[in-house]
Design a binder for this molecule. Structure first.
Ligand code: LMR
Length: 341
């Protein structure tokens, strides 16, 4: 009896489903796209989640999923968990990842013009950098990156770099002499530290904490969100808020991969990236303030802030670097860099 009832119920359901399927428009559940329909973008970067780049990458992934109903899945790999800074470019070229967002300094070997942004005190505020990247120079840099099979999607901020070290408070350029410090791979950064009589050591970002802790290096330069998220301040005695250099990123996607994407998906990526970039730049400023407060709160590192007069002295000290850069990159490029609002 029970069997008959269950059978009848089952039949009714089938009939209903059959009729429904015949009359109703084909139901499309975008969240359930099959694996073969899915476009996966692997986005690798080296910083923590709680940084402007880390947060923006995740926001980009979230919005892309929502806006393509799950068709595009951006998989974000933070903290260098897939590739270290020194491996990222190769990983992109070989198709192991499709998106990266390296610091400008790390691209300066490929595009020497990017070395100009390692000049200390080039612009006094972030707007100066935004104007350049969002303008003609940005386009010229994009063309140069295309030659390396990368499409430039955006320029993101981390912020201004500060010095930390273990030996002494840094107020004047002369205070740096004799230190061994980690730098990112960049000829201009190397030159800058040589000028300061510092021994610069190029090192991957995720190796810095241990090197500081073990005393292999005595200091480093980075932005507040990186100093905070990687706990550099816990293994350093002094921090100088010098705002001496810009740490920004170029978000790039592999050109071959891009060319194969449907035009609709390309538009969603561009539109979403525009929005995320606006958000990222504002968030970078907010995070810097919040994280600096946290570092103050720990009372575990002596903090000095350079005055505008002190900064002007440092800028003056760096003039040989400016002269050298002008000679290398040409008068025209240099004039464009100094565009005033
Ligand atoms: C660094 O290597 O210090 C930074 O470029 C890390 C980053 O991506 O912010």
């Amino acid at each position: 009896m029970i069997q008959v009832r269950v059978g009848a119920f089952f039949l009714t359901c089938l009939l209903f489903l059959g009729l429904f399927a015949a009359c109703a428009p084909t139901a499309v559940d975008h969240e359930q796209v099959s694996e073969s329909d899915k476009i996966v973008i692997r986005f690798s970067h080296v910083v923590g989640e709680d940084t402007p780049k880390g947060q923006a990458a995740r926001l980009f992934a979230k919005l892309m999923k929502e806006r393509t109903n799950g068709k595009v899945e951006v998989q974000v790999f933070s903290n260098g968990s897939l590739y270290k800074d020194s491996e990222e470019l190769n990983a992109l070229a070989e198709g192991h990842v499709q998106m990266i967002a390296p610091a400008l300094s790390k691209l300066s070997n490929l595009v020497p013009e990017l070395g100009a942004f390692d000049l200390p005190y080039l612009y006094s505020d972030l707007d100066g950098y935004h104007r350049v990247f969002d303008g003609q120079i940005g386009q010229a840099i994009a063309r140069k990156l295309e030659k390396h099979n990368m499409l430039l999607l955006a320029a993101w901020d981390s912020g201004f770099k500060q010095f930390t070290n273990n030996l002494r408070p840094i107020r004047e350029p002369q205070d740096m002499a004799g230190l061994t410090m980690r730098i990112m791979p960049s000829a201009v950064l190397g030159q800058q530290f040589n000028l300061l009589q510092v021994r610069p050591i190029e090192m991957n970002f995720n190796d810095v904490y241990l090197a500081l802790e073990q005393g292999k290096i005595q200091g480093q330069e980075n932005t507040i969100s990186n100093i905070y998220s990687k706990r550099f301040y816990k293994v350093q005695n002094y921090m100088t808020l010098s705002d001496h250099g810009y740490l920004g990123y170029l978000v790039v996607i592999d050109r071959t991969f891009w060319n194969r994407l449907p035009a609709g998906v390309q538009s969603v990526i561009l539109e979403t990236m525009r929005e995320v970039t606006n958000w990222e730049r504002t968030q970078a400023v907010k995070l810097e303030q919040a994280k600096l407060q946290e570092i103050y709160n720990c009372r575990c590192i002596q903090i000095e802030r350079l005055t505008e007069t002190q900064k002007a002295k440092w800028k003056q000290f760096y003039q040989p670097l400016y002269a050298d850069m002008q000679q290398r990159l040409g008068q025209d490029f240099f004039r464009e860099l100094n565009l005033t609002p």
